[in-house]
Design a binder for this molecule. Structure first.
Ligand SMILES: [Zn+2]
Ligand SMILES: [Zn+2]
Length: 321
């Protein structure tokens, strides 16, 4: 286990200026999610939509899109598919691609030392959410992006989002009609004979927005944030790397494989966090499905397999004819 007695100060580059453009939505969406406790807004369809969204929007967008594809370049996909994963990540309201990736690459470069943007050695709250609420002058500007994410800001779409972070809120809001309008139509058509159809439509529509968008956003936030907080505090280590990353099975279940975080810190380039047979990494198997479908290429295996294939002498080519 790690030494919990170690305490670090916040990075010296953090200026005590609250980033309201992050603090307000984070607070507001948590408050809006409380509407889910109203029985009038509950529906089983809403609950199931939320759970499916955690995986098919949250895990595909954040794990596959922002983390393994953009941050670590563990595999390649066609540009249309990369943008699809990024769009799913934007539906989770977790930063612009450049800022998310810059934070995470900086985290890998300085894990659990003072420049790490979100080490729990400052405090649990800091690593979970506090770090996002303050401006970090060492990361959050275009000149830092040129050092940390030069590959991303070459892309006009990612550069535009980096220069205008407010755009991500409009993209986030654009998903609401995708949930609201079909749900209202279904609610209207399936209203019981003794109910007002318009009221049934509004009730079912709002249920899907509250559960399928708002609650899902909050759940995916805490799931992702747990990798930064819990997976650097609790669990076991396969590798005694020079930081405090842990393999945490609970976070691994919640994140479809990202909780094998000690394995990931040991070999960040690999598309696979599964280093023992039971450290099941669903996200990796989904990348393998993409590979089988011909949609993912250059999928990087774990380091030991990369080394074996490097050492293997070139195979003689098959005889012709
Ligand atoms: Zn980490
Ligand atoms: Zn990583």
């Amino acid at each position: 286990m790690q030494d919990h007695a170690i305490h670090l100060q916040k990075p010296a580059t953090v200026v005590h200026r609250i980033v309201w453009v992050y603090a307000v939505p984070i607070t507001l969406i948590h408050l809006l999610a409380l509407a889910a406790v109203l029985p009038w807004l509950f529906s089983w369809t809403g609950l199931i939509t939320m759970l499916l969204g955690v995986h098919f929007i949250g895990h595909l967008g954040i794990n596959i899109g922002y983390h393994r594809l953009l941050t670590h370049r563990s595999f390649r996909v066609p540009r249309w598919l990369e943008y699809t994963f990024v769009l799913l990540a934007l539906f989770c309201l977790q930063d612009t691609p450049a800022r998310w990736v810059a934070n995470h690459r900086h985290h890998h470069n300085h894990s659990d030392t003072e420049p790490d943007p979100h080490t729990p050695l400052v405090s649990f709250f800091w690593s979970h959410v506090g770090w996002m609420l303050f401006h970090n002058s060492g990361i959050h500007n275009l000149s830092s992006y040129q050092k940390l994410v030069p590959d991303l800001i070459q892309d006009p779409f990612y550069l535009r989002l980096a220069k205008n972070p407010a755009l991500i809120f409009w993209i986030y809001l654009a998903q609401i009609p995708l949930f609201l309008l079909p749900a209202m139509a279904i609610g209207y058509m399936t209203a019981p004979p003794d109910a007002k159809p318009w009221l049934a439509a509004i009730q079912f529509g709002l249920s899907l927005v509250v559960w399928g968008v708002i609650v899902r956003t909050v759940v995916v936030w805490h799931v992702t944030w747990s990798v930064n907080s819990l997976s650097h505090m609790f669990g076991y280590r396969n590798y005694h790397n020079d930081e405090h990353s842990m393999n945490n099975w609970l976070v691994a279940v919640m994140t479809a494989g990202e909780g094998w975080h000690n394995n990931h810190h040991h070999d960040p380039a690999s598309a696979c966090n599964q280093h023992r047979w039971w450290e099941f990494d669903i996200t990796f198997w989904e990348i393998k499905i993409l590979e089988k479908l011909g949609l993912a290429t250059r999928v990087l295996p774990p380091r030991r397999q990369r080394q074996v294939s490097k050492q293997r002498p070139p195979q003689p080519s098959a005889p012709v004819g």
